[in-house]
Design a protein around this ligand. Structure first.
Ligand SMILES: [Zn+2]
Length: 222
């Protein structure tokens, strides 16, 4: 694969994923960001600051080396505020080839209340397992690689939620990371509906059965 065809393939996949993320309502305005690792060199393609998910194009995306050097400025736009945590996750996890970070409202509502989203559906247990809630940085600012990196050093972690901020889904491909971003949001919505209905009936989460997975059952039997 040539550097150029790799670059264009990854840019086009990022543009399509960003549009999907916008169309399913996970990210409006110019917030959030997403990136993908290049195969042909030690670099990533990332959405710059100030560009909406629906407005990504080959002309405005940036190419940044894993060492932090900006190779293509995307028409002189400012790099993403979250560039450093993207780079850190690619450096520490070879299995991560794509990252989708968005401010989807149900999940960010949980994160802003300081509540970890419970993995309560069979799909979430199987696909994610757990999505840790990462607190704000020590100075009260947005999370950086200092807070996010250590959580993702655990190779089992595929998704996390940032307090007062948003969500992170990672994966071997952009679509895999996007699916996780969607599952995080869907799970937060389901959890809210469940907890609202339980509260209306004077019940607590502890009163309802906990569903395991077929894999867990097999492990317990074995
Ligand atoms: Zn953000």
């Amino acid at each position: 694969m040539t550097d150029r065809s790799d670059l264009h393939d990854k840019m086009d996949a990022l543009i399509a994923t960003a549009r999907r993320c916008f169309e399913v309502g996970l990210q409006t305005n110019a917030g959030g960001n997403l990136s993908v690792r290049l195969d042909a060199r030690d670099a990533i393609v990332i959405k710059p600051s100030g560009v909406g998910f629906a407005e990504c194009s080959r002309e405005n995306l940036q190419v940044v080396g894993l060492d932090g050097r900006i190779a293509t400025t995307g028409g002189g736009l400012k790099p993403s505020k979250d560039l450093d945590f993207h780079l850190e996750l690619y450096r520490i996890r070879e299995d991560i080839n794509a990252i989708v970070h968005c401010h989807s409202p149900w999940a960010t509502g949980y994160a802003s209340a300081g509540i970890e989203i419970p993995c309560l559906t069979v799909q979430t247990i199987e696909k994610i397992g757990r999505m840790p809630l990462i607190p704000l940085s020590a100075n009260g600012g947005p999370q950086t690689e200092t807070e996010i990196g250590p959580v993702f050093r655990d190779p089992a972690i595929r998704a996390a939620v940032l307090a007062n901020h948003g969500t992170i889904g990672v994966g071997p491909t952009l679509m895999a990371a996007q699916y996780l971003a969607e599952i995080i949001e869907e799970t937060a919505h389901i959890a809210y509906v469940r907890d609202t209905l339980l509260a209306a009936r004077g019940m607590a989460a502890a009163d309802v059965p906990r569903f395991g997975t077929a894999a867990q059952e097999r492990a317990e039997v074995g």
